[in-house]
Write a protein that binds this ligand. Structure first.
Ligand code: SIN
Ligand code: CO
Length: 376
């Protein structure tokens, strides 16, 4: 993608300008971001996904218009558990649709002017007249693409983020909208994190949310430390705390100084190799979600062109490539090839022809794992 080229998707501004001007800063409404856009999944296809146990879905029944009464259930939902289409004020939300549908995965690719490490998933909501999840803020950036019917969006910059008590979902207590639009199919609204918003369906409505993930410092530290600790074993017996010089104590509850030093050393050891931190980060960022399963493929005899499975997460840094939670050291021509695969999510037969036997072996093994597919 040429990041300096104006994009219809962004209302005729370039990704470079969008990231400089709007990203994480202010909302952007784009009329006809995708001209003539039609919902990629039909209603039965979406309801079918909500029936599956490996798909995260929620049903929200809410009363707008000040009645302040909300109910939420978690899926999977048999068709008969979903309210009648003639009933108003309900919405079905299906998370991670990009993992289950190639068309939706392809739509998400259009947003790859943002690093993959930040892209999370596409959620699809289906609502009847009046349906929505109430006024709220999200902790992440989101592009709200109208796919079918109309939705009225009201948004506001408010600082008061207090919530209604005892609700099954986070509903702002004092929503103060400042802007108000009705979105038609193909229209899109970008919202930065913590921007108050409420979308209400006007008749049957489907909205696609392209969402991003934001690591939270505590979660990230926990994940990285677990991974780093796996690398701290020196095997020479220096990994055991020793206290031959420990004198007898009359205050047994006090933590010995030596143990404090040992704890510090343990943490320092896990961070000693800077590459270990980079590895832990890449493995964490590419770790598939817990509901992701790959179907084993066939180890091909020869490889022509290949493409990553839509569920595969592949990233890289200066020393490594990462795929689905695993890491490999890579340098030189092979690293360049693998980076192409990560950025383009595919390799042509000409590119593959230049792969070393080791790189070719990896590509074959990934086909076997179902992470990569020989192009059809
Ligand atoms: C929806 O599609 O109903 C909710 C999307 C959102 O407000 O983040
Ligand atoms: Co939201």
């Amino acid at each position: 993608m040429d990041i300096n080229q104006p994009l219809t998707l962004l209302g005729g501004i370039s990704p470079a300008k969008f990231m400089r001007t709007y990203w994480q800063r202010k909302p952007l409404l784009v009329r006809q971001a995708i001209p003539q856009f039609k919902a990629l999944l039909s209603r039965p296809e979406l309801f079918g996904l909500a029936e599956q146990s490996g798909v995260e879905s929620r049903l929200v029944m809410g009363a707008n218009g000040g009645q302040r009464n909300w109910h939420m259930q978690r899926g999977p939902f048999k068709r008969r558990a979903i309210p009648k289409l003639s009933e108003r004020d309900w919405t079905l939300l299906v998370q991670g649709v990009d993992l289950h549908d190639d068309r939706v995965a392809a739509l998400m690719q259009q947003f790859r002017f943002v690093p993959d490490a930040r892209l999370d998933d596409v959620m699809i909501s289906y609502a009847t007249e009046g349906g929505g999840v109430g006024p709220h803020v999200d902790s992440y950036d989101v592009f709200l693409l109208q796919a079918h019917g109309q939705r009225r969006w009201r948004i506001g910059r408010q600082k008061d983020l207090s919530l209604l008590p005892d609700m099954p979902l986070k509903i702002l207590a004092n929503f103060k909208p400042e802007q108000d639009w009705v979105l038609e199919p193909g229209d899109m609204l970008y919202l930065p994190p913590r921007y108050a918003h409420e979308g209400i369906a006007q008749g049957e409505c489907m909205t696609y949310s392209v969402g991003f993930r934001v690591p939270e410092v505590g979660d990230l530290a926990r994940e990285l430390l677990v991974r780093l600790s796996e690398g701290v074993e020196d095997g020479a017996g220096n990994d055991l705390y020793k206290d031959a010089t420990q004198p007898a104590v009359s205050n047994p509850a006090a933590i010995p100084l030596g143990l404090k030093d040992f704890a510090k050393k343990a943490l320092q050891m896990s961070l000693k190799d800077p590459k270990a931190l980079q590895r832990a980060l890449g493995e964490y960022l590419t770790e598939p979600k817990s509901n992701v399963w790959f179907e084993m493929g066939d180890m091909p005899d020869t490889l022509t062109s290949v493409q990553l499975d839509r569920q595969s997460k592949m990233m890289y840094d200066e020393h490594h490539i990462f795929l689905n939670g695993e890491s490999w050291r890579a340098a030189g021509k092979d690293a360049a090839l693998m980076r192409q695969l990560a950025d383009r999510r595919a390799l042509t037969s000409m590119q593959i022809a230049q792969a070393s036997p080791a790189a070719l072996g990896l590509l074959m093994a990934w086909c076997d794992d179902g992470w990569l597919h020989a192009a059809r």
